[in-house]
Design a protein. Structure first.
Length: 168
């Protein structure tokens, strides 16, 4: 008796060190966003890099394009009004691109955005899937493009929050 045929994922040409570097890159993105360091976030992109964000609740799909370091920094300025953020990267899948110096990625993240309204704290959580392209620049990997799709938005009360705002 034979069982069902199970297909195995294709082995990609990325080395273990490439995968570690790409994982570090996407985790640094999350950390720099939470630390309110927009210049450091932008520096993770190529000079002509593109960040395409969703606009929940208007659109859960990538819709607002920010091209270049200055535009990416400005896109992140909207986070300053939040009491705190916490981006938890929950999974990464990387594949080779067109050549050895390019790669693609699918990165899952839960992004918590804590705001204060009428002295009440609320957590607006976005389940995000980033579709990325990367390019090796010398020995470092950089983001060429990152498009955020929001799968769902949840809102819950928050009892207390340590402010991560830069002006706090």
């Amino acid at each position: 008796m034979t069982g069902p045929v199970v297909s195995r994922p294709a082995v990609t040409g990325l080395s273990t060190s490439d995968r570690v570097a790409l994982r570090d890159l996407v985790h640094r993105y999350a950390a720099h966003v939470d630390d309110r360091e927009p210049a450091r976030v932008a520096a993770l992109f190529t000079d002509d890099g593109v960040l395409t964000t969703a606009a929940p609740l208007a659109s859960l799909d990538p819709c607002d394009e920010h091209r270049g370091h200055t535009a990416i920094q400005q896109a992140l300025s909207g986070l300053e009004g939040l009491e705190a953020t916490f981006h938890a990267v929950t999974g990464e899948v990387f594949d080779t691109g067109a050549d050895d110096d390019t790669a693609t990625g699918r990165v899952a993240c839960l992004a918590h955005h804590v705001s204060r309204r009428d002295d009440v704290l609320h957590d607006v959580t976005w389940a995000i899937t980033y579709r990325d392209t990367y390019r090796r620049d010398g020995s470092a990997w950089l983001i060429v493009s990152r498009a955020a799709t929001v799968t769902f938005v949840a809102i819950s009360p928050v009892k207390a929050a340590r402010s991560t705002r830069s002006d706090a």
